[in-house]
Design a protein around this ligand. Structure first.
Ligand code: BTN
Length: 245
């Protein structure tokens, strides 16, 4: 497979979209030591300091419909969770795709896509893993909400390259399984790692800005979150979910 490595980029997702538009094959990986303009969901900035994390994007050209693309994000979260398990770290996924430890973010995923009505041109799955960032390395405004694998690991650094290999292997295995038998096994694995299901949650809808609370009951076959509220079950396809303490 082709791996494009850069010391510094604006965003690996932006570079991945460029090379994908230029015809890069499925499976191409873009990885950088540092991002100056790391992008998060909902137009947020993603802190991506040099040498301390794994900031990467994978190009896929999946043979399914654009509606199915959000499930690729679930796949990426499960792959990172499986990688963590191989290093003895227990992962909890918050819907749809944040990996948290003690309610702070370890991993963020941003999926971008180019598609027509009848098919996907490419999907870029961008994953940022906070590996060897110490608490004092985080800017003040992130300290309450961000953490890292090394903090989780009792202050011991993790081997970044080995960890990255484990995650890419898990992604390959899961994606091959999806092409053979669909998303059901990925969804089942996602449910096992989920820390959202069964919890009381507060949802801010992305499309309508609507805010409501309820109990996260399950995900459906599209990966949408099903929330039971006093006025009935609501389906959340895109939104910001917080678990209520
Ligand atoms: C989020 O938590 O809001 C998503 C964060 C996604 C960050 C990754 S780092 C690699 C890739 N390149 C980017 O600019 N963003 C994603």
């Amino acid at each position: 497979r082709e791996i494009i490595f850069r010391d510094v980029v604006d965003s690996t997702n932006t570079l991945a979209k460029q090379v994908a538009a230029d015809g890069a094959p499925e499976g191409t990986v873009i990885v950088a030591e540092q991002q100056n303009g790391g992008k998060g969901r909902l137009d947020r900035h993603f802190f991506s300091p040099a040498g301390k994390g794994i900031w990467f994007s994978v190009i896929l050209r999946p043979p399914f419909l654009p509606q199915e693309a959000p499930k690729c994000t679930l796949l990426a979260a499960v792959a990172v969770a499986m990688g963590m398990e191989r290093f003895g770290l227990k992962a909890g996924i918050k819907w749809p795709n944040d990996i948290l430890y003690e309610n702070k973010k370890l991993v963020g995923i941003l999926t971008e896509m180019s598609a027509e009505m009848d098919g996907i041109n490419y999907v870029v799955i961008g994953t940022g893993i906070n590996v060897n960032i110490m608490a004092e390395d985080f800017p003040e405004e992130l300290r309450a909400t961000a953490t890292s694998l090394s903090i989780m690991n009792g202050g011991k650094p993790l081997p970044r390259v080995k960890f990255f290999q484990a995650v890419l292997e898990a992604m390959d295995e899961l994606y091959d399984a999806v092409k053979r038998e669909g998303f059901a096994p990925v969804m089942a694995a996602w449910r096992r790692y989920s820390i959202t299901l069964g919890q009381e949650v507060r949802v801010i809808g992305v499309r309508d800005g609507d805010v409501f609370t309820g109990r996260a009951a399950d995900i459906d076959e599209d990966g949408a979150l099903l929330v039971d509220t006093p006025s009935g079950r609501r389906r959340v396809l895109a939104g910001d979910v917080s678990i209520r303490p």
